[in-house]
Design a protein around this ligand. Structure first.
Ligand code: MLT
Ligand code: ZN
Length: 476
């Protein structure tokens, strides 16, 4: 691509979105070309910030004509390097698509732009006594388009399902600029393929989501939050299942370890959450009938052989939740290197053996690495965060963990997506036919492979050779 072409492209993009919304200078694009963990970064020809679906369509048609790759980006809170450019791709930021269009309290739906943050959406729907059903620590910057693109789970998934399960409709733009609008505020619309469901979790490789239609939830009127110290993952799972059998509804169920609680205590200057320094902690939020609290105490009393200590508070119990919600920031702050964040899942029966082999294997083969494991235990989803990993060891330790996950019949990505972080390991748990079909779907929707070209099946080669190589005039 000639330098003239690059500036010609920038001029055409400026005509579409306005010059103020085409960023090319190094300092103005800096926040867009490095991911949240600080590990994944690249260069971009330009960051373009369209205001609505029409402008997104024009921007994509322009890049499509020029054969220039595009990386869609929401709040840039992704944890797998899936929304930052590598070698000159245009970053299409959806942050200006930030209109909360409508909350329908009767149909319990939210219509909003893809750039609306999770927190803004929660605030809008809570005014009507409803909730999004999706919640995650990055709520203040994670966008609705971003949680659709990664099919985010979060801490409430155990009760309300993942983002795909809450998505009724989308408006999205294909790589050639065509606009797909599947927008029926119907719980039952069974005509043809589930295109919204297909775009959920596609990580911006099939289309750019510009608007979302979400199915809302009626939150529990009252909840109880309990932090329980246990000496094994198995004991934690047994307690969680006991709470369900007692007729309580799980609103959230999170696992933490002694190491994670210690890290959070160091970072946040907090005391122990219980009177014991337990090997494992489960943080469970439950709802249920009027006698929910006595049911909860009954379960704890019946399990006193496995409960090392416990504390119960009325929801929302921020004092207890802060231990869990502070994990991500504490890991980033306390690690001497960008943490290796491996969001994985195993069948519940495999969780304990997996964590046992993981801990022993890391100690043996990577003695300098600190492992902080935490996450959504009832989903079988554990966030294996590895601290102090030398850059030269990242791939080896990732390979060790992901192959161990596959060996326990698990998934190498539970809720964060694949991105660039796990691209080399995508064959773990996916057959050749599976990968071929995903490549065929991608080729059908984006035949020129300009959308987020370095990730997921059918991507350009792992060297990051996107469809075109842009000149040196890219912003670094
Ligand atoms: C969380 O559940 O806190 C995040 O998805 C995990 C992480 O930040 O690694
Ligand atoms: Zn999570």
């Amino acid at each position: 691509m000639t330098t003239r072409t690059v500036s010609g492209l920038v001029d055409e993009l400026a005509r579409i979105v306005g010059r103020a919304h085409v960023l090319t200078e190094r300092d103005t694009v800096a926040g867009y070309v490095t991911d949240w963990t600080g590990h994944w970064h690249g260069v971009t020809t330009a960051v373009v910030r369209p205001a609505d679906t029409r402008q997104v369509s024009q921007v994509l048609a322009c890049c499509h004509r020029a054969g220039v790759a595009v990386v869609p980006q929401g709040g840039n809170t992704g944890l797998v390097g899936g929304s930052v450019p590598m070698r000159g791709e245009v970053v299409l930021s959806t942050t200006r698509l930030d209109v909360v269009e409508e909350v329908d309290p009767v149909g319990r739906t939210l219509a909003a732009g893809a750039g609306v943050t999770v927190a803004q959406a929660q605030q809008a729907v809570r005014q009507h006594g409803l909730d999004l059903g999706i919640d995650l620590a990055s709520r203040d910057s994670a966008t609705l388009g971003g949680i659709v693109s990664t099919n985010a789970g979060g801490v409430r998934m155990i009760k309300y399902g993942n983002t795909r399960s809450r998505l009724l409709g989308v408006e999205a733009v294909l790589s050639d600029g065509r606009v797909l609008t599947r927008w029926k505020a119907l719980t039952k619309d069974n005509v043809g393929y589930d295109l919204p469901g297909l775009l959920a979790g596609a990580e911006g490789t099939l289309a750019v989501v510009t608007r979302v239609l979400m199915r809302l939830v009626v939150p529990a009127a009252r909840t109880q939050v309990v932090m329980i110290g246990v000496d094994s993952v198995g004991a934690g799972l047994k307690l969680i299942h006991g709470l369900e059998r007692a007729g309580l509804t799980l609103e959230a169920a999170e696992l933490m370890t002694r190491a994670g609680i210690g890290l959070v205590r160091t970072h946040r200057k907090l005391r122990l959450p219980l009177d014991v320094d337990a090997p494992f902690y489960v943080l469970v939020e439950v709802s249920g009938p009027a006698e929910a609290q006595s049911l909860l105490f009954g379960v704890l009393a019946d399990a006193d052989d496995i409960v090392l200590d416990a504390v119960v508070e009325d929801g929302p119990a921020p004092r207890l939740w802060q231990y869990r919600e502070s994990h991500t920031e504490s890991v980033s702050a306390e690690s001497s290197t960008p943490p290796v964040k491996l969001d994985i899942a195993t069948p519940l029966r495999e969780l304990e053996p997996f964590l046992g082999v993981l801990t022993a294997g890391l100690a043996r083969s990577f003695p300098g690495v600190r492992a902080i494991c935490f996450g959504h235990i009832a989903d079988g989803n554990i966030h294996v965060n590895l601290l102090d990993v030398e850059d030269s060891h990242r791939d080896a330790v990732t390979d060790f963990v992901l192959r161990l996950v596959a060996g326990h019949d698990g998934s190498i990505s539970a809720e964060h997506g694949v991105g660039r972080a796990k691209a080399p390991w995508i064959t773990l748990g996916r057959s050749g036919v599976d990968l071929d079909l995903m490549s065929s779907i991608r080729a059908a929707l984006d035949p020129t492979n300009i959308l987020n070209p370095h990730i997921l099946p059918g991507s350009s080669d792992s060297e990051g050779n996107s469809p075109i190589q842009l000149e040196r005039e890219v912003a670094r």
